[in-house]
Design a protein around this ligand. Structure first.
Ligand code: GSH
Length: 209
């Protein structure tokens, strides 16, 4: 089984960590979805990574679907809560974390455009979402060790990937000063083997006009 990823992608990292936490064996294939001829387009009509290439079920894409697939195929240990309302809570945290990452991707893309085409208003709009998202997840965590219930799970994975992506792509945003509790939590969660094994790194993005 292969997981097609890009090295900076928080969405790919989310899928990787979910699989690693479950002890699933897979090969990581590095793609650059922004380049012509990227592998992602051969498997996903949206041309996005991550894509999980499975021997039995074909290509599974979108990190959220890959997590659902992993949970169905390899239920133990779970990354989603058994309780339906706790699952909603986990997915809600994931939606905020993914939305923050979407906004950061848009900022990175805007910055990659030729200078005369960049919109400061657009960047400010996305930056406001990033800041509000950090405040939101900080409030949801409070002083607790995990986002949902009494165990590590998808919400923790999603926020951990979001914070790692902020450090990589928006290092000028001092989110730790705005959310010191979240910073302590991130320190702890980042020590897990699945997080240490999936540190994000920069890949160049071709300018899109
Ligand atoms: N909702 C998707 C988002 C995936 C996504 O945005 N991937 C980006 C890389 S971080 C991508 O492949 N972008 C290429 C493109 O939009 O053409 C998921 O959770 O998997």
């Amino acid at each position: 089984m292969k997981l097609v990823i890009a090295t900076p992608s928080p969405f790919a990292r989310k899928a990787r960590i979910a699989l690693l936490e479950k002890g699933v064996v897979f090969e990581t294939v590095i793609d650059n979805p922004w380049n012509p001829g990227a592998q992602a387009s051969a498997h996903n009509p949206l041309g996005k990574i991550p894509v999980l290439l499975t021997p039995e079920d074909g290509a599974i894409f979108d990190s959220r679907v890959i997590v659902d697939y992993a949970e169905a195929k390899w239920p133990a240990p779970p990354v989603l809560p058994g309780d339906a309302m706790q699952r909603v809570a986990a997915r809600q945290v994931e939606a905020v974390a993914d939305g923050v990452c979407d906004a950061v991707v848009l900022i990175v893309l805007e910055r990659a455009r030729p200078e005369g085409l960049r919109s400061a208003d657009w960047v400010a709009r996305q930056r406001a979402k990033v800041e509000a998202g950090v405040v939101d997840v900080d409030g949801r965590l409070g002083g607790r060790p995990w986002f949902v219930g009494e165990a590590f799970g998808l919400a923790d994975i999603a926020v951990g990937c979001m914070l790692g992506y902020l450090d990589l792509r928006l290092p000028e945003f001092a989110w730790r000063a705005a959310a010191p509790r979240l910073a302590n939590w991130f320190e702890r969660i980042g020590a897990r083997e699945s997080f240490r094994a999936t540190q994000p790194s920069i890949q160049p993005i071709n300018a899109v006009r």
